[in-house]
Design a protein around this ligand. Structure first.
Ligand code: C2E
Ligand code: MG
Ligand code: MG
Ligand code: MG
Length: 283
């Protein structure tokens, strides 16, 4: 009894910071080996045409399958990968793997399916970023306009000449650019007219409540109209219910993504999904 008490007292007084930084260091050293140990995998989530429900693209979503930690989701490790710079080699792997997957789908289905890849600020600011992207596209044999890079408003916030220049280079090369999590980051909208974006992805926090909150419905409607008048297409993220799809159709939202259509799927499951839905779509 006394022993037990002593132990928990000790644990209680253990400096919290030490524990946190130990965990961080351990995660960092595991992450350093994860690429060579092949622990990363991509899941793919369908992006469909809102009107028809037909697949047009997929978003590549990173997973880290580590023997001691299990399946680690990106929100748990991307921030550390950013801080340590490991996101640069990891992000390069994601780009190559994603482009290769889309080329495989072309071979198996005969269809040009777009592939969207998330890019974090540290990756984007790396001097080799543009050539990493273009290499991944050309070495896989993908069409440039089948790749869409998803960039958050947080990244655009710096408003620097470098950001503008990189976006211009990628756009000139024919790569598509989208604003991810639109509406959550940055309220000034002027960047939309000066940067060559193709697509706005409406953040799921707005989409989630379109049927419950009149304000959210108004915001989504306004974003769709604004995007269209600027010549951008719109993807609604986080579509979970059928009622939302009716709303989005009615408001003219071009594309939709969310659990209602499919969760992000491991490669094999995505390919099965592809074959099944393709058969249905052709029927
Ligand atoms: P994101 O790019 O906004 O991706 C969408 C997230 O919403 C994904 O979470 C997806 O699983 C989830 N989601 C999709 N449909 C629904 C739905 O209907 N309801 C709900 N509640 N959620 C839905 P995930 O896979 O955990 O990824 C989280 C974030 O991690 C991503 O947000 C993205 O910012 C980042 N991320 C993922 N993969 C990569 C990557 O390869 N590189 C970088 N830099 N970031 C990545
Ligand atoms: Mg995204
Ligand atoms: Mg363009
Ligand atoms: Mg998003």
């Amino acid at each position: 009894q006394a022993k037990h008490k002593g132990k928990s007292a000790y644990a209680h007084f253990a400096p919290e910071m030490t524990e946190v930084s130990h965990e961080r260091l351990q995660m960092e050293s595991r992450m350093r080996r994860a690429l060579e140990l092949n622990e990363f995998e991509l899941n793919f989530q369908p992006i469909v045409d809102t009107d028809s429900g037909n697949l047009v693209a997929a978003e590549a979503l990173l997973r880290w399958n580590n023997p001691s930690m299990g399946m680690v989701m990106p929100d748990r490790f991307i921030p550390l990968a950013e801080e340590t710079g490991l996101i640069i080699p990891i992000g390069e792997w994601v780009l190559q793997e994603a482009c290769r997957a889309a080329v495989t789908w072309k071979e198996t289905t005969g269809r040009d399916i777009g592939i969207s890849v998330n890019v974090s600020p540290r990756q984007f600011r790396d001097p080799g970023f543009t050539s990493t992207v273009l290499n991944a596209v050309s070495s896989s044999g993908l069409n440039h306009n089948q790749l869409e890079l998803e960039i958050t408003e947080r990244l655009i916030l710096d408003n620097s000449i470098e950001t503008a220049e990189i976006l211009r280079q990628l756009d000139d090369a024919g790569v598509r650019l989208s604003v991810d999590d639109f509406g959550t980051g940055y309220s000034a909208l002027s960047y939309l007219k000066s940067y060559p974006f193709d697509t706005l992805k409406i953040d799921k926090s707005f989409v989630q409540d379109v049927m419950k909150e009149a304000e959210d419905a108004s915001l989504v409607r306004a974003i769709i109209n604004m995007a269209h008048s600027l010549g951008l297409s719109v993807i609604a993220e986080g579509v979970e219910e059928e009622a939302q799809t009716h709303f989005l159709k009615q408001e003219g939202c071009d594309y939709s993504q969310g659990y209602f259509y499919s969760r992000p799927l491991p490669t094999e499951d995505f390919e099965t999904w592809l074959k099944t839905t393709q058969r249905l779509q052709q029927a």
